[in-house]
Design a protein around this ligand. Structure first.
Ligand code: B12
Ligand code: SF4
Length: 455
């Protein structure tokens, strides 16, 4: 018997989401889809359709239709949701399943377009469905029964060591790119050695209350090492981007992991929190080939850091973590958010000043996005700053595309100019300025001044 065909789809979103910042951003495949492909390929003919690998959206749709899948599973982010619906409208499968960060918290709305929504990790529920379990009974799925919205009991979370390794399309396709702070020698791969985080940051879906309740789960060092050895030994991989939320979460594991990685003689980049990055950890990272660590600093305003962001650290810890990286010679990226509910021009400028003071190797400034499922979204709803918004790519232009901003004092265009100014100040403060970035943000400032196109 011919096995069922399953398409797992990530719509092409980078050009829409990144706009003029496109050249400066990371574009990588969706690991979630690749994990689900690896977990089901023994029972179905499953193919991943990564939007960035196609010339345009139409070509991807044609390719999906040519494959003629029985089941289509689509990964959703807030800004990509309209494209996800378009995939449903322009293809012809029997069953449509949505999953990922947006659908998990907008399950009822998504059921207007989809037959089921997967809430949380998808490997086990998808496999159960493909093995023949009716979607009405699959743990982890939400669906409609006689018009009523039903959420099935949650699926058990898999032991991450039991999951087969995903494929690594970055090794074979040139559709992917690294932002300057993640740029490493080719061939490069992306990996997660853990899932979840569980701190309380108000904008983040890896926080407590977010995806899988933010539960932090680890792969064993042995399991990570096996995948790395495979990548290095069989595919000649020279570097790895670790996309864990908090790579250095546990000191003991970090020591073991960095010792193991050191043996492989690769370079890598990772993300963490400032309270998980002291001198000794920074030293271990450096010794094991770490060429970049990303720290979410969020704001320079100490009060907002507690009230609006709920980061659980103070500025002194950030300063110490950045100093630790510099001492260990690990390049560091500091990332900031502008436009939290109570941000003002003064607090945003304080953020820029803090970024300049920290003087990291790279910096990111983003506009606060109230994603459904976050505390920030609930707060903005409760305070009447937004309603239960529809994602609308035409109405809300620029980052965050499709989504209203929530800042009480600063309209969208003002936030965008403060962001562009912050980038300009940062890059101009450097001994070796990034002229490409300077040009991008100068043009952005001119555009904002010339029109009020950012609603
Ligand atoms: C790596 C990463 C990226 C990568 C790759 C994105 C991608 N498509 O995977 C890059 C750098 C490109 C990126 C960019 C952005 N990202 Co990002 N990113 C992440 C990060 C840190 C890890 C994702 C990951 O690999 N997880 C591990 C895998 C195994 O899990 P997973 O992808 O969630 O998939 C599992 C389940 O969700 C579920 N599932 C997912 N899809 C489906 C589909 C079906 C059918 C089923 C059954 C199940 C299912 O099953 C999977 C396996 O268990 C997450 C935070 C996080 N920890 O999740 C943020 C996150 C996904 N990013 C986020 C955002 C906002 C962005 C940007 C918009 C940021 C910006 N302003 O530029 C852009 C948009 C990119 C885009 N194309 O849409 C948000 C999304 C929130 C939302 N509701 O939209 C997150 C959750 C961070 C946050 N704020 O909390 N990101
Ligand atoms: S520390 Fe990072 S990953 Fe963890 S909840 Fe906060 S923002 Fe999310």
């Amino acid at each position: 018997m011919q096995s069922r065909r399953v398409a797992l789809v990530n719509p092409p979103a980078a050009r829409i989401i990144y706009g003029d910042e496109y050249e400066l951003k990371s574009i990588i495949p969706c690991l979630g889809l690749l994990y689900m492909q690896a977990y089901t390929k023994d029972i179905v003919d499953v193919r991943v359709f990564e939007g960035e690998e196609y010339a345009d959206f139409d070509t991807m749709i044609e390719s999906i239709n040519h494959f003629s899948p029985d089941v289509i599973g689509i990964t959703t982010n807030t800004s990509t949701y309209p494209l996800c619906v378009e995939v449903v409208e322009r293809t012809f499968a029997d069953t449509y399943i949505a999953g990922g960060p947006y659908a998990a918290f907008r399950a009822e709305d998504c059921l207007d377009a989809f037959d089921a929504v997967c809430i949380g990790d998808g490997e086990v529920p998808l496999r159960q469905f493909l093995l023949g379990m009716p979607l009405e009974t699959v743990p982890g799925f939400a669906h409609r029964k006689h018009g009523a919205f039903v959420i099935n009991p949650p699926a058990p979370l898999p032991d991450l060591d039991d999951l087969p390794f995903p494929e690594h399309p970055t090794l074979t396709s040139d559709a992917y790119q690294s932002s300057p702070h993640r740029s490493l020698p080719s061939p490069w791969a992306t990996m997660v050695t853990s899932r979840g985080c569980g701190f309380r940051c108000t904008f983040c879906l890896s926080a407590k209350g977010g995806l899988n309740d933010g539960r932090y789960r680890e792969r064993s060092v042995t399991n990570v090492l096996r995948e790395l050895e495979l990548l290095v030994g069989e595919h000649g991989v020279k570097s790895v981007q670790f996309w864990d939320d908090t790579f250095t979460m546990r000191r003991k594991r970090t020591s073991e992991l960095t010792l193991a990685i050191k043996e492989l003689d690769i370079s890598y980049v990772c993300n963490t929190r400032s309270d998980k990055l002291d001198d000794s950890t920074a030293h271990q990272l450096a010794e094991s080939g770490c060429k970049g660590v990303f720290i979410g600093v969020e704001t320079g305003d100490e009060r907002l850091l507690e009230t609006d962001i709920s980061k659980g650290v103070i500025n002194a810890q950030v300063t110490a973590a950045v100093a630790a990286c510099k001492k260990a010679a690990v390049p560091v990226t500091t990332s900031f958010i502008m436009g939290a509910i109570n941000d003002t021009e003064t607090t945003v400028r304080r953020t820029t000043e803090f970024a300049l003071q920290l003087d990291a190797d790279h910096v990111l400034f983003n506009i606060y996005t109230a994603h459904p499922g976050t505390v920030g979204y609930q707060q903005a709803l409760a305070e009447g700053l937004i309603d239960h918004y529809e994602v609308d790519l035409d109405r809300y232009r620029g980052e965050p595309v499709g989504v209203p901003t929530i800042c009480r004092a600063l309209p969208r265009d003002k936030l965008h100019s403060l962001k562009a100014e912050a980038y300009l100040e940062f890059h101009r403060s450097k001994k070796h300025p990034d002229f490409q970035a300077i040009d991008i943000y100068l043009e952005e400032l001119e555009r904002i001044a010339a029109s009020s196109s950012l609603r």
